[in-house]
Structure formats: structure tokens, C-alpha cells
Design a protein around this ligand. Structure first.
Ligand code: DGY
Length: 389
């Protein structure tokens, strides 16, 4: 039994599920209750420590829906497995907070929530890019402080950067990187350069066809090319936005050398994971290069920020809001609940790109996304199952 502040739903349920933060919407909870789960939800607004989560798991716990802010290392995973845990369902698409290898060794499936964050996070990245380019946060503070009332419109007040027809560089051309790139290319006619270990032919074809479409309307085409190296991208781009996963190979992908290799007036955008950038080096670069801007949704030592960052006018920051729309956060909650229920029921794993079907009443009897399904040898959903469901 966990201590307050926890709220218990369906106390008579036969399978105990611990949810380490209150989640938006009702559907996720109904999904768990319909699957005979007793659901214990933490009311805490602060990040639970591993010790607090261990206490919540107790001696018997079938599943946990956890948060990206929690460090799920081997001891905590062991505790969950020992309590009879059959799944850790992360309320996030990213899972760098979890030792996946340790979970796999323990036979513990780990769920995540892809497919409902793509457009939402891309839109936030667009918003951040323009907030930096057009100095939105500085302007807002200027008006609120009464300074605008003092000086009025001025020919040289807060001049920003025009992005129209400039060059966008994305590092990582996966789902979110690609969607953001398309928003910037289509909306602002930016040429695109991307860096990724794999060519993204679909993206290249799309931009080529879009360029041809523009030409039929008498406008110059837009272009897309894959940079062989990160340095090649950094030299070419006016905006550099990072969309790679965080692992050992990408930790501090952006440090003093990379910032120095960017154009002096460039904008650096990070809405992926904070440790992709060396924040101390970023502070120093922004301090010594006032025309360079940084737009951050994530921080190296989140939720703490590097000293000096908040003093810099050429940095705009928001508190990890990439997925923060009601639709997305409710969708993530439903996917996290469905991952948990499917693993408790011994259901197969979905392996098709479209997970939105899980938000409907026709949700298949499957887990939307289990990141270590291959390693655990879990069965995948197939067409025959579709006919039966
Ligand atoms: C995720 O799900 O990984 C996002 O960072 C949440 O905004």
C-alpha cells in the first residue's frame, strides 16, 4: 500500500498499476479500469525519487506508467520485476531515462508513445525558431516593462532575422525532424540541408516535387540535400535544429567547436534532449556572439538551467513544452495505458507506423509500441489477428 498523496481508482481491481504523475483526460484511466486494474496515481508535482517510486511499487505491482523525468536504472527495474511487474510504460516517446538493456535482461517490456507527438513537437519547434528570429520574448518583456510606451515605434527597434528563402539545417531526419523541416520549407520556402546516418529519400523526393510545384507557379524552387558531415551542415545553415535521439554517441553533439563552426548570425534550436548540447559552451558562445541566437525547449541538466543562460537576451527558453497540447498529452496517456494493458494481457505488439487507431474505439488488442520487443522476442500483431479483432 502506498502512502498519500496518492489517489486510488477502482480499489477492487485485480492488477495493481502505479502511475507516477496525474495524466490528462479520462480515457487512459477508463482503459486501465476496464482491464481490471486498481490504479494508484501520485498527486505529487515534483519529480519522484527512485526511493519514492520503490516505496510506491511495494511488494506487488503489475505495471508502472512512469515519466521521462524519472531515472529508471537497474535497481529500480529490479524492484519492479521482483514485485511481479510485467511492463514499464513510459509516458514519452523518448526513453533515454531508462536502462533498456537492464530492463531487457529482467524480461521487462518498456513501452513508449510515438506517433502522437510529431506535429505538436514540430509546431513548438517552429514557434521557438521564430521566437528567436523575431525576438518575441525580448519584445514581450519590453512592452510589459513600459519601455515601448517610453520610446514608441523606432526604425531600428529589435531588428530580427528574415528566414524566408534562407537555409534550414536539421540534424536527425526522423519523424519530428522531417515534419518540422517540411513546415519550414513549405511555409517559408527555406532550402533544406539534413544530416543523418541514413538518406531520407522520401524527404528528398518531397522537397524536389514541392520545388517543381513552385516553379510551375513562377517561383524559384526549394532544394534539399544530405550533408556528408555535421560540419558541412553547420557551415551552410542559417537555422540549425537538432532532432537526434540522445545516446552515448550524441551526448554533447553540440559543443564549443560546433557552435564556432556555425554562421555568426545562426539560430540553434533544441527541442529534443538537453544533453545533446554542452550548455556551458552554449552560454559562452551566446555571450560572446550577440548575433547568434539559441532557442531551447530542453536543458542539459533539466529542470535546472546553466548559470548565465537566463541573463542572455539572445536565448529564448520554454519548459520542455514540445508535446504540450491537450490532444497530444491525452493521446500519450491512452497509448501508455494501452501498452500496459496489452503487456498484462499477453497481447502482441503493433509494428505498423500508424498508432492513431489506438485512440479510437476500434483499438486493436495489441501494445502500440514496446521499444525492446525484438530483444524480448515478443510476438507482433499480424493480419490474421486483425481479422479476428
Ligand atoms: C517525449 O515524449 O519524449 C517528449 O520529450 C515529451 O515532450
Amino acid at each position: 500500500m502506498t502512502q498519500s498523496p496518492w489517489t486510488t481508482h477502482n480499489p477492487g481491481g485485480g492488477r495493481r498499476v502505479v502511475v507516477t504523475k496525474e495524466l490528462p483526460g479520462e480515457r487512459w484511466l477508463q482503459t486501465l479500469i476496464a482491464a481490471d486494474c486498481r490504479v494508484e496515481v501520485s498527486d505529487s508535482r515534483t519529480i519522484l525519487t527512485p526511493a519514492a517510486i520503490e516505496r510506491a511499487i511495494g511488494d506487488e505491482c503489475a505495471a508502472v506508467i512512469g515519466q521521462l523525468t524519472e531515472a529508471w536504472q537497474a535497481p529500480l527495474l529490479k524492484k519492479l520485476a521482483a514485485a511481479g511487474g510485467r511492463v514499464l510504460s513510459n509516458y514519452a516517446v523518448g526513453f533515454n531515462n531508462i536502462d533498456i538493456a537492464a530492463a531487457t535482461r529482467l524480461g521487462l517490456p518498456v513501452g513508449n508513445t510515438p506517433g502522437v507527438l510529431t506535429e505538436t513537437t514540430s509546431e513548438l519547434t517552429v514557434a521557438l525558431t521564430f521566437a528567436a528570429a523575431r525576438r518575441i520574448a525580448e519584445g514581450d518583456a519590453f512592452v510589459r516593462s513600459g519601455s515601448f510606451a517610453d520610446c514608441g515605434w523606432l526604425p531600428m527597434l529589435m531588428l530580427g532575422k528574415l528566414l524566408w528563402r534562407k537555409t534550414l539545417g536539421i540534424v536527425g531526419a526522423g519523424r519530428i525532424g522531417t515534419t518540422y523541416a517540411r513546415m519550414m520549407v513549405e511555409g517559408h520556402k527555406m532550402d533544406l540541408v539534413y544530416h543523418d546516418p541514413f538518406p531520407n529519400e522520401a524527404l528528398e523526393d518531397y522537397v524536389r516535387d514541392y520545388g517543381a510545384f513552385l516553379e510551375t507557379h513562377g517561383e524559384p524552387a526549394v532544394t534539399c540535400r544530405r550533408a556528408e558531415s555535421l560540419d558541412e551542415l553547420l557551415a551552410a545553415a542559417d537555422v540549425v535544429s537538432v532532432h537526434t535521439v540522445l545516446d552515448e554517441s550524441t551526448h554533447h553533439l553540440f559543443g564549443a567547436r560546433q557552435f564556432a563552426a556555425m554562421k555568426p548570425h545562426a539560430i540553434f534550436v533544441n527541442s529534443s534532449r538537453g544533453p545533446l548540447h554542452d550548455e556551458k559552451a552554449l552560454v559562452e558562445h551566446c555571450r560572446t556572439h550577440p548575433d547568434f541566437y539559441a532557442a531551447l525547449d530542453v536543458f542539459e541538466d533539466e529542470p535546472r538551467i546553466q548559470p548565465g543562460l537566463s541573463d542572455l537576451p539572445n536565448v529564448v527558453m520554454v519548459p520542455h513544452l514540445g508535446s504540450a497540447t491537450g490532444w497530444t498529452r491525452q493521446g500519450m496517456a491512452v497509448l501508455a495505458a494501452r501498452n500496459a494493458v496489452a503487456m498484462l494481457d499477453g497481447a502482441p505488439v503493433w509494428n505498423r507506423p500508424d498508432v492513431l487507431v489506438f485512440l479510437t474505439a476500434e483499438a486493436p488488442a495489441a501494445a502500440p509500441s514496446i521499444v525492446n520487443a525484438d530483444e524480448l522476442g515478443l510476438p507482433y500483431f499480424n493480419d490474421a489477428m486483425e481479422e479476428r479483432s
